[in-house]
Every structure is written in structure tokens, then in C-alpha cells.
Design a protein around this ligand. Sequence first.
Ligand code: HEC
Length: 143
Amino acid sequence: MKITLAFAAALLMLVTSSHAADKRQFVQLPEMMRDHMMRNMRDHLLALQTITRQLSDGEYDAAADIAEQRLGMSSIQSHGASHMAPYMPEGMRAAGTAMHQAASRFAVAARSAEVEGGLSRAFGALSEVMAQCVACHSAYRIH
Ligand code: HEC
């Protein structure tokens, strides 16, 4: 009985502390937009996976195309970003914009890797894209 109580107390502490640890700002979105954003997110991850695979296969131009079309400035329209932007706090919008810009910069870096050889710059640029995924995820939630 004592053990069960101690266990329950420990569990309770764990639950409350993990709640307290979640300092992300909640952003309320209309349900359709939330679904749409989550779909985009899953596609972002798929795009990153495809890009890393293509880089390792030496398909630099293909990696650049995926980055530009699915994550870069060219993807903004298809993501419905202009509809969503008004619902987002400034910092969230900024992280989104920075991600699109970083992805377009990566596309340029990947194309020059094709010419110059060496993947160091391309991976550096890809890391800048991922830094924006991380920045937004650590600051905001929509659920
Ligand atoms: C502008 C903010 C922002 C940026 C930039 C961003 N995300 Fe997200 N992402 C979110 C939010 C908010 C959620 C939902 C988190 C929550 O509510 O718990 C999310 C969720 C996800 C999910 C979970 C999807 C699911 O169905 O469970 C994945 C995967 C994801 N993001 C991948 C990425 C990747 C990869 C990048 C970068 C290429 C990225 N995101 C960039 C805000 C962002």
C-alpha cells in the first residue's frame, strides 16, 4: 500500500512537472487550418528525408527542386501561408518565413554543390532550415 502510494505520488509529480515544463505558447487555429498545417508538417518531414537521401545519392538538383517546391519561397502559396499568417503570433510567422527563405538558400547551395563538389555548404544550409523547424517547435503548439 505504501509502495502504491509512493508510486502514485511520484507519477503525479512527473505529470505535473512535465506540464509545467511545457512553456510553448498555445496558438488557437480554426480546426481546418490546424489540420492543414499538420498535413504540411508531415510533408515537411518527408521533404527533409527525401532531400537527405538525394544528397547522399549525389542528386543535387533534385534535392534543390524538392527544397524549393516543398519548403522554399515557392511553397508559400501552396501552403496557404497567407491565410494562416493572420492567426499566428509574430514570432511564429517569423520562424515560418525564415524557414522558407533558408530552404530557398539551401536550394542554391545544393545546386552549387553539383558544380563545385563537396557537400559541406549544402549540409550547412540544410541545418539552417532545420534550425527553424526546431525554433518554432520549441516555442509554439497548436494542440
Ligand atoms: C512556424 C512554425 C513551424 C515551423 C517553421 C515548422 N513547424 Fe512543424 N509544427 C509546428 C507546430 C505548431 C506543430 C504542432 C505542435 C503541437 O501542437 O504539439 C508542428 C508539428 C510538426 C510535426 C508533427 C505532425 C503530426 O502529424 O503529428 C512534424 C512532423 C513537423 N512539425 C515537422 C516539421 C519540420 C520537418 C519542419 C521544418 C522543415 C517544421 N515542422 C517547421 C510548427 C512549425
